[in-house]
Design a protein around this ligand. Sequence first.
Ligand code: F6R
Length: 632
Amino acid sequence: MCGIVGYIGPRSCASILVDGLRKLEYRGYDSAGLAILDTRAMSAGEPAKLNVVRAVGKLSHLDDALREHPLVGSVGIGHTRWATHGRPTEANAHPHLVGEVAVVHNGILENHVELRQDLIARGRKFSSETDTEIAAHLIDIELANGAKTLLEATKNALSHVRGAYAIAVVSRKEPDVVVVAKSFSPLVVGIGEGETFAASDVPALLAHTRDIIFLEDGDIAELRAGGAKIERLLVHGDGAPERFTVTPVVRTPKRVDWSPSQAEKQGYKHFMLKEIFEQPAAIENTLRGRVVLETSDVDGTEIGLSEEAVKKIRRVVLLACGTSHHSAIAGRNWIESIAKLPAQVELASEFRYRDAIIGEGDLVVAVSQSGETADTLAAVRDAKRQGATILAIANVVGSAIPRASDAALYTHAGPEIGVASTKCFTAQLAALLLLSIWLGRRRGSLPEARAQQLLQGLVEMPSHMREVLEHAEICQKVARRQIYTPEARDCLFLGRGLSYPIALEGALKLKEISYVHAEGYAAGEMKHGPIALIDSQMPVIVVAPKDQHYEKIASNVQEVCARDGRVIAVVTKGDTSIAAVAQDVIEVPDADPDLTPFLTVLPLQLLSYYAADLKGTDVDQPRNLAKTVTVE
Ligand code: F6R
C-alpha cells in the first residue's frame, strides 16, 4: 500500500504534490518522491525536462531534498512508499524514470518476474528491484515504438500486466497530460477550476477541490488542466483476436463533504474500525498471485524451500507474540492437520530464555505484523544460530525479522495504524493456511481434492467476511447490552480447536482497547478453574461454529447457563440448539470447518471496538501500548 498524487494546471505543483502526499503518509512512509515537468525552455524550441527528486524515509526527508534541488513546473506526480518489492532505498523509491517517462504506482504487478526477464532479454537495464520500473519500461518501449500519445502507450503497456495497480505517468514527449489508471488499488481524480488532480485517496485533494471522480477498476484517464477523459480498458485472455478493447465512459464527479480527518479514515470514526472493514481486501491481497486453482496448489516461490528441503523438515516451530501468537496457534493446528508435520507454537518472549532444543530439521516460522518485535527477532536469531531454517510471515516489507530470516512470506495487508491488530491477524491466518497447503501438497499429505476445497474456500472467504461486516450493528447492540454495563467487569471467551485462538484473540482485543478484564480459555479447561467465576453478571462469549467440536462446546454452553452465566454465542447461520439457550447470538456464514476463524474473529473484533467506543477510550492508541514493541 502506497500513496500516489498527480497535478496538472497553472500552479507551481511541487508543494501541492508534497501536501497531498502528507495526507497520504498513513499509507506508507518508507520513501517519497516527485517527478515534475519543467517546460520553461519549450518557448525557445527546447524539449521539456522531466526532473525527479526522491528521498528515503518520511516526507520531511523529501522536503529537505527539495530544498536542495527545487523542482519547477506545473505538471507532476508524487509517491509515498510502503515497500512491497525491494527494500526501502532511494533506488527503489518512486517515481521511476525510464527514458521519456516517469511512473508512480501503488499495488503489486503479479507477473513481474516474467515481464522483468523478458525486458532484460530485450536489453533493458533495471536500476531498482521494484515491479513498478517494469511498467515504466513497458510504457517507454511503447512510446519508442510509435505510440502516438502517452495514453495510447500506457494502454498498450498495461495490457501486458496482471495484478493490482493505481498508476500515474508523465512524459517529456507530451508535457501537457498526466495519465492515470486503476485496477484494484484505489484512485480518485479531483476536478478543480482549470486544474485537475489525482490521488490514492480523497484527503489529499480536499484542500483544492471537493468534486471527486471515484475511478473504477479498469479505468484509464488522460488528465489535462481542463478535466479528465476516461476510458475503460478491458484486457482479453491470451489468444483473443484483440489484446484489449477500450470504451469511453462518463464518470460524473461527486461532491464530498468530509472533514480532512474524517477523510483520512475514509469516513470511519477510528482507524481500527476502518481496518476491521478492510479485512476482506487485506485477505485478497495476501492471496493475490499465490493461489493456483488450476493445479490445486499454492505458488510458494517466496517460501524459498526446495522439494528436497521440505522433505527434510522434521518439525515446525512457530514463534510470535501477542495477536501474532494467536494466529500462530491456528497455524500450528493447520500444519499438523494439513501438512501432517509435528508443530509447536511458542511465545517468543519465553522461548528465547529457555534452553529450547532447536536446530537442523526444524522449520521456524516467525509471525510478526511489524517484523520488528524485539522478542521474536531475538528468538529468530537464536534459532538461526542453532541451525534451524527460518521463514518469516510479516507485514512490513524489509523489516528486521524478514531480514534475519532465510525467506519471507509477506501478508501485504497494507499499513495497520490502529494499535490493536485486526486486518493483519486475518492476513496472517491466510498466509499460514497457504503455507500449510503448500507444505501438505509437497509432502503428499494433502489430497488434491481437499487442497482444491480449501483454496476455493479461501478465495471465496472475502465475500463471506463482507457479509458478516454488513451486520456490524448487531455487534454494536450486543456490546451495549452485554459488555458496556456497570456489572460486566470481567468477560470470559471460550473456544475449542481453531476457535480456541479466536477466543484468546477476542479476549486480548477487549482488554487492550476497552480496559475490561477478559480471559480467553480453551472451553474444555473451563471446568478446571474458570467455571468458578461464572455468575449472572459474567458475559461468556462462546465461539461455536459448526465444526467437529460443536457438540462438546454446546455442552460447555449448557454448563455456563446452568450457573446463570450470560452467554453470547458466535455460531453458524441457522444454528438452533445453542441459539435456544444463549442470551445473544451472532451468526456467521456457513464455512469449511478449517476456515471458520476468518469469520468468527470478526464479531469479536467488533464487540471490542464498540464496547471501547461506548466507553470513550482512545481506541486507536490505547493507554500504555505501542504498535511495535522493540523493547524486551
Ligand atoms: C495486539 C497487538 C500485539 C501484537 C504484538 C506482536 O492487538 O497488536 O499483541 O500482536 O505486539 O507484534 P508483531 O505482530 O508486530 O510482532
